[in-house]
Design a protein around this ligand. Structure first.
Ligand SMILES: Nc1nc2c(c(=O)[nH]1)N[C@H]1C(S)=C(S)[C@@H](COP(=O)(O)O)O[C@H]1N2
Ligand SMILES: [Mo]
Length: 430
């Protein structure tokens, strides 16, 4: 998990313009013999710029479009902050996550390798094998025909979300708060497909494989292959998804087929899904072993060296919340403010939401909605009146239905996982 240092899009273009372009607009963006943009590359180019480009024939290969040089865009994404270009990783600022259903354009991207070049839905095949009675190879049409289609709002959060705040720091992507989203996913239940294949008695774990490739280019290596205990796999809310927010899955979010295993680290939700293999041992694929997605079994002091044998696999994600309105740093002309956001937890639901404007000395309860379905994030809202002009912070704290609250301080761990301390924003009152 030691990703290279983040470099902005402009550096990527400076280092390797054609590769940067291929990354943004597709491998064949300028494949035309005379170097014109065409086909899917041209469409992606237009989508990234938000308009058709009448003079696209004049646009040189490998030149960064000026509009993109100032922002941070992949075709079809909007407002994301790029943390890393190889592999590509981008998070969403909190105030752009204000919608109950995260727009596709605002869903964060976490890649461990390079996305597959061919994401054609028609030719896609999913293999279900290992310890099953009937191994199966399914097309997306087979899935749609043979299983019930369901649509659910499901939170995907990277296990490393919040890593940027660790002190001493932890290596890996320096996510702040925006490696989380709740899109509306459409697909079939993982459990239904596994039941149809016939899960043998000795199965204890799933193993997931995708079509992305390892950064080294070595075809025998996978960038990521994780799994979950069979009990978690059989939860009816896990989906083998082929739709996102009523349309196709975005290429960077795993088109045309992905797993969504809500409540657990995002890494369990394999993108570009090609195989589910049932095993009689804990899966030992890429990023399952060592200290990947693992935490010390017990709390450790910041900076402690923890032996590998004391780490255990992360399961359900902790209770957490986000302030999505107002934007951090807002200057108010009146001493009153409507605040809102989302709250979620990996298991059960959020029972209470509190906000503070006096650095946690007192808390007021916010109004909290029920989840639209299990594993959807819950909307909350509150109103704050400020006693006098000055600098304030809004702190947000969620409590789950077992009475567990977000902590004030980070539970430090060597790899920088599961940081669920309060989300804070600053406001000034004139
Ligand atoms: N095939 C594949 N699946 C993957 C990954 C990956 O690198 N390759 N990254 C995982 C991680 S670590 C996370 S947090 C989620 C992120 O999903 P998103 O990129 O759609 O936001 O995808 C998971 N699925
Ligand atoms: Mo992740």
């Amino acid at each position: 998990m030691s990703d290279p240092k983040p470099t902005p899009l402009t550096d990527f273009y400076a280092d390797n313009p054609l590769e940067a372009e291929a990354h943004l607009f597709g491998r064949k963006a300028h494949a035309d013999r005379r170097g014109f943009l065409r086909g899917a590359g041209l469409a992606a180019f237009g989508a990234a710029l938000g308009a058709a480009v009448p003079f696209h024939r004049n646009f040189p290969a490998g030149l960064i479009p000026h509009a993109l040089a100032q922002g941070s865009v992949v075709a079809g994404k909007d407002g994301l902050i790029i943390l890393n270009d190889r592999p590509f990783n981008a998070e969403t600022p909190a105030h752009l996550l204000d919608d109950p259903i995260t727009p596709i354009a605002r869903h964060f991207i976490r890649n461990n390798g390079l996305p597959p070049e061919d994401m054609s839905a028609r030719d896609w095949r999913l293999r279900i094998d290992g310890l099953v009675d009937r191994p199966m190879t399914l097309s997306i049409d087979d899935l749609k025909r043979d299983f019930e289609t369901v649509t659910e709002r499901l939170v995907i959060e990277c296990g490393g979300n919040g890593r940027a705040f660790f002190e001493p720091g932890a290596s890996g992507n320096q996510w702040t708060v925006g490696a989380v989203a709740c899109a509306e996913w459409t697909g079939v239940r993982l459990a239904d497909v596994l039941k149809a294949a016939g899960v043998k008695d000795d199965v204890i774990y799933t193993a997931h494989e995708g079509a992305d490739s390892h950064l080294s280019g070595d075809p025998s290596k996978m960038p990521l292959s994780r799994g979950v205990p069979i009990e978690k796999a059989m939860d009816p809310h896990n989906l083998i998804a082929f739709g996102m927010n009523g349309g196709d899955i975005h290429p960077m979010n795993g088109a045309p087929l992905r797993l969504v295993v809500p409540g657990w680290p995002g890494s369990c939700s394999q993108k570009w899904l090609t195989r589910i293999w049932l095993r009689d041992q804990v899966h030992d694929g890429a990023k399952m072993t060592g200290t990947s997605y693992r935490m010390p079994r017990f709390p450790v002091a910041p900076g402690t060296e923890v032996p590998e044998s004391d780490f255990e696999i992360i399961e359900a994600m902790p209770v957490k919340s986000l302030i999505t309105h107002p934007v951090d740093g807002m200057a108010l002309s009146r001493p009153a403010l409507d605040v809102r956001g989302h709250a979620w937890v990996g298991e059960g639901k959020v029972a209470q939401m509190h906000i503070s404007h006096d650095f946690g000395a007192t808390w007021q309860e916010a109004e909290l909605d029920e989840p639209a379905n299990p594993f959807a994030w819950q909307q909350w809202r509150g109103h704050i009146s400020f006693p006098e002009p000055g600098y304030y912070e809004i702190w947000a704290k969620a409590t789950d239905d077992r009475g567990i609250s977000q902590p004030f301080s980070i539970g430090w761990n060597p790899k920088g996982y599961l940081n669920n301390f309060y989300h804070r924003i600053a406001v000034t009152v004139a």
